[in-house]
Design a protein around this ligand. Structure first.
Ligand SMILES: Cc1ncc(COP(=O)(O)O)c(C=O)c1O
Length: 403
């Protein structure tokens, strides 16, 4: 006799799916209908993965592909250590754990410091998948609102402090930021770190876009010695080496309790892919050689996008200083409706654009409702054309759906 109905968890029911991928199925259908789709919706670099990696995969041969140690292959851990040293960030090998992308590092960091019901402060708009990881751990994300109208800068310390409760364990932030492209100033970093000290909070710094900095360099909180016990760095090979599919990231902390906990989580999932760990070693050891041309290209794209957007009336945007995203405020009521219409119905000369509605990057209901996030994932010619299409689409949409 069945005791009760088969039901899945509340957590499983309520967890937010990735808003970035929502419209992808419609885009595929549209392509089958002969429409060219410019993909500006997802942060998957379009450039080739480095030649040294291509060669590695071509020549790799081993009798048995074994599990790697749970904390990572010793040579991959050392490669991460050397990589960090190039940025004057100093970790011992024992303070670094290789993870399956930055994603797993975020999940481990949250689970290592929070119990169910605890709270983590984020600055919204924020990387939408933080929702999923918080949800897995039963943790509540508490969003501090930032606004496009003041370039997504942080509010004063007193405002951030209002969001702190007895359950607050950490501040989680991404610098340079996905989705805003903002790089925090020295003052902003000082405010965050002062708050962490005053309220005894951990700081999880997601630095996966470290090199993508066009106007000024981000300040890694790993370089502030007085903070060492409360800092967890999340990092990844995905973006900076065009290696998203290799799934190699890292979690680094000087706090031994955190590393011990994360090591135990790592043991439960046994190991990170051995072959992928081997493939990134030359990249990490000599990172600038590989990141420089990639960052130069994205710098060019940032400038093109920024310039091209100036031709579209009635939109709001902020010049991203880093990463490869821009949030655009549109003269429409509901950007999700606009983005769906754009991919489902609009075309000009059989071409259209796929964008990510920005609402999913906010946790506060109603915020970002007229915004989209654009990722600079195309060459400069295609980027220019995409923005031209967006401009035309806005005009058409406004006549079709005039209020
Ligand atoms: C801010 C941020 N953090 C972490 C990640 C995780 O990426 P990965 O798991 O590929 O390292 C991403 C991916 O888009 C991201 O944008």
């Amino acid at each position: 006799m069945a005791l009760s109905q088969l039901t899945i968890s509340n957590r499983g029911r309520e967890v937010q799916g990735s808003p970035i991928r929502k419209l992808a199925a419609i885009a595929e259908k549209r392509k089958r209908e002969g429409i060219r789709v410019y993909h500006l919706n997802i942060g998957q670099p379009d450039l080739p993965s480095p030649e040294v990696v291509q060669q590695f995969f071509k020549t790799f041969s081993r009798r048995t592909i074994e599990y790697a140690p749970s904390n990572g292959l010793p040579e991959t851990i050392s490669a991460w250590r050397k990589y960090f040293e190039n940025y004057d960030i100093y970790f011992d090998d024992e303070e670094i754990i290789v993870t399956t992308g930055g994603s797993e590092a975020i999940a481990f960091a949250i689970s290592a410091i929070c119990d169910p019901g605890d709270e983590v402060i984020v600055f919204e708009p924020f990387y939408t998948n933080y929702n999923g990881f918080a949800s897995l751990a039963g943790v509540k994300l508490v969003p501090v609102e930032l606004n496009i109208s003041n370039s997504f800068s942080l509010p004063p310390k007193e405002v951030i402090e209002k969001y702190i409760t007895i359950r607050t364990k950490a501040i989680l932030f991404c610098d340079p930021s996905n989705p805003t492209g903002r790089i925090f100033t020295e003052d902003e970093i000082r405010n965050i770190t002062d708050i962490a000290r005053t309220y005894n909070l951990f700081l999880i710094a997601d630095e996966v876009y470290r090199e993508f900095a066009y106007d000024r360099k981000p300040i890694s909180i790993a370089r502030i010695p007085e903070l060492s016990d409360r800092v967890i760095i999340v990092d990844s090979c995905s973006k900076r080496f065009n290696m998203c599919g290799a799934r190699i990231g890292a979690l680094a902390s000087k706090n031994k309790d955190i590393i011990d906990a994360v090591l135990k989580f790592s043991m439960a999932r046994l190991s990170v892919a051995t072959i992928d760990q081997l493939s990134v070693i030359p990249l990490l050891e000599n990172s600038a050689l590989y990141t420089q041309p990639i960052v130069e290209e994205f710098h060019k794209r940032r400038d093109i996008v920024y310039e091209a957007l100036s031709t579209i009336p009635e939109i709001t945007y902020y010049k991203p200083e880093g990463a490869f995203y821009i949030i655009i405020g549109l003269p429409v009521k509901d950007s999700e409706h606009f983005a769906k219409w754009l991919i489902e119905e609009f075309h000009e000369n059989k071409e259209t654009v796929l964008l990510a509605p920005a609402q999913g990057f906010y946790a506060t209901p109603g915020k970002g409702i007229n915004e989209v996030r654009l990722a600079f994932m195309l060459n400069v010619v295609d980027l220019k054309r995409s923005i031209e299409l967006i401009g035309r689409a806005i005009q058409q949409y406004k006549t079709l759906f005039a209020e």
